[in-house]
Design a binder for this molecule. Structure first.
Ligand code: NAD
Length: 334
């Protein structure tokens, strides 16, 4: 089967080619992001393989359908960038990679927390300049701190286990509490209580209409003064201008981001040397207590291999049975 692979980077090509070693499918690698301007590149393919910032709105899906595309194979877990209702109406199947390495994302979250806390990025830069002063590098012990986890699915569960190992007290908010977490001592509370009591709030919920701007000005006002907020879920779970206000006022003590609401125009490309046109993002970069990575939490060898293998399994299953191995159905919108 011919598959148009959009938003291809060198590592996607490597891992997908390895997973397709038997040559079962003809993978056509396209650097560009899938959107209304690039959709024509899918001509001749029965499937498109896409990532987090490809835009599969109704117009793009209709165009894909007209070109003969019948499968959308997401090489990620989230599916907020696909109009599932429209795909169902058109009879197009949508598959995803529900689990690749929750450890990769949970461990990156911890990397952000430890770096913000102990300021190792700043210390490294100082030591390289021969500056061994400690002023400005004061951190805090994680042991005994309260960590609030919003969303205890696969990644949230992994994250709670790691933070329990540091000796943290764990609070969680999730409309579907996990019994394993409860048994391990995680206490489920309402979101307001979690925000009010946590020294660190970490977001691991999907982006849905309910979670869009879940962390807005009101939520930030409820947080403990000086607390740390970490988002490795999806950018729009946070209202970024409200977070900037909270940083300016000093109410928010630290911010760690791996995702950003308007990341589609920035992330996964080398823009060094170009003028940064996003004023909100530029403002975020000015804070010494903000640490941003460009949606790399998933980016480990194990996760990339699992993503490639599951994506190929979705394409195989669709070819044989007309359904991907891990379908995303319209019910998941509910
Ligand atoms: P999951 O589906 O296993 O878990 C999500 C959890 O969030 C579920 O337990 C669900 O009940 C809960 N949830 C739903 N609505 C909620 C709400 N309003 N408030 C609180 N909790 C809510 O998903 P996962 O594999 O753990 O991934 C979580 C999210 O992480 C994904 O949706 C994706 O957006 C993001 N993600 C980011 C990266 C990255 O590289 N930064 C990689 C993978 C996933």
């Amino acid at each position: 089967m011919q598959v148009a692979v959009f938003s291809t980077r060198s590592y996607d090509r490597d891992f997908l080619t390895r997973a397709n070693a038997a040559g079962r499918h003809r993978l056509v690698f396209i650097d560009a992001r899938l959107d209304a301007a690039t959709v024509a590149a899918a001509a001749g393919s029965r499937a498109v393989c896409v990532f987090v910032n490809d835009r599969l709105d109704a117009a793009v899906l209709r165009e894909l359908h007209a070109l003969g595309v019948r499968l959308v194979a997401l090489r990620c877990a989230g599916f907020n960038n696909v109009d599932l209702r429209c795909a169902a109406e058109l009879g197009m199947a949508v598959g995803r990679v529900p689990e690749y390495s929750p450890h990769a994302v949970a461990e990156h979250t911890v990397a952000l927390i430890l770096t913000l806390d102990r300021k190792t990025h700043r210390a490294h830069a100082r030591v390289r300049e021969g500056n061994f002063a400690l002023e400005g590098l004061l951190g805090f012990d994680l042991q005994g701190r309260t960590v609030g986890v919003v969303g205890t699915g696969r990644i949230g569960q992994c994250f709670t286990r790691i933070m329990a190992g540091f000796g943290c007290e764990l609070l969680a908010f999730d409309p579907h509490p996990d019994e394993g977490c409860r048994a391990a001592g995680v206490r489920y509370v309402e979101l307001d209580e979690l925000l009010a009591r946590s020294d660190i709030v970490s977001l691991h919920c999907p982006l849905t209409p309910q979670t869009r701007h879940l962390i807005d000005a009101q939520a930030l006002a409820r947080m403990k003064p000086g607390a740390m907020l970490v988002n490795t879920s999806r950018g729009a779970v946070i209202d970024t201008p409200a977070v900037i206000d909270a940083l300016k006022s000093g109410r928010l003590g630290h911010l760690g981001l791996d995702v950003y609401e308007e990341e589609a125009d920035l992330f996964f490309q080398d823009l060094s040397g170009e003028v940064l046109r996003d004023d909100v993002f530029a403002r975020l970069l000015t804070f010494p207590n903000v640490l941003i990575t460009g949606h790399q939490a998933f980016f480990t060898e194990e996760a990339m291999a699992a993503i490639a293998n599951t994506t190929l399994a979705n394409i195989d299953a669709f070819e044989h049975d007309g359904q991907p191995a891990h379908p995303v159905s319209i019910e998941r919108l509910a």
